[in-house]
Design a protein around this ligand. Sequence first.
Ligand SMILES: Nc1ncnc2c1ncn2[C@@H]1O[C@H](COP(=O)(O)OP(=O)(O)OP(=O)(O)O)[C@@H](O)[C@H]1O
Length: 245
Amino acid sequence: MNTDNGDALRLTGLVKHFGRPAVDNLDLTVRRGELYALLGPNGAGKTTTLRMVAGLLAPDAGRIEVLGVDLARDPAGAKRAMAYLPDDPLLYAKLKPTEYLEFVAGLWGIEADEAEPRARRLLDWLELTPHAHELTDGFSRGMKQKLALAGALIHEPRLLILDEPLTGLDAAAARQVKDLLLAHVDGGGTVILTTHILEVAERLAQRIGIIQHGRLIAEGTLDQLRGLAQGGTLEDVFLHLTGKG
Ligand SMILES: Nc1ncnc2c1ncn2[C@@H]1O[C@H](COP(=O)(O)OP(=O)(O)OP(=O)(O)O)[C@@H](O)[C@H]1O
């Protein structure tokens, strides 16, 4: 059932326990066309939340709606509209980037004549074209991260969910990925990312959510969050709100 309300993601009363609560009655809404950064201390429940949204982990309670589609009722419909890039993406070491992208495109049922130009564009953008015919086995962590991002984008998802997408990338690679994410949003797509690099949230995100102990403790634009902690940098705000400052 599609109950389209214009939101890219709506979480209502989301709960996941691993003996103790990891995600604790979380309500969160991300609008379409937004770049939303989810921040939180280690163990706050960010990855657990994203894995539930991606359909990789079943919630104990609550509701997940992706672009108006209820994930529990129509998992295939919800998943088709999104891509999830974990913080340790799995690639196939014995495939070359072109083969990997063809393979992923095939899983989505995209015809080769459509997949090839898309793959070429993505490899170009991420400056992987010179390595398009090398085995990913020998790729650096950053190159693997970029190829995994290309794989996530090959079916042109409207909602892109990324767990720590910039960790371990050098300045040039980080810039390419940031530009790609901003272009996705400019084109009407939505991006949700987690990051411990507060400068990334500061520079890229239209709205920022801070979670702690599996609950949203603050949310807003950078200026709104600064207002909550009497000004200062996002780091000051973050440390103040999470009780570490
Ligand atoms: N598969 C699991 N089994 C048991 N406990 C888990 C599992 N996955 C996560 N947890 C626990 O759930 C809590 C939230 O973990 P999660 O990985 O979601 O946090 P995070 O905010 O992504 O942290 P980080 O910033 O360190 O990546 C932690 O206490 C973690 O130990």
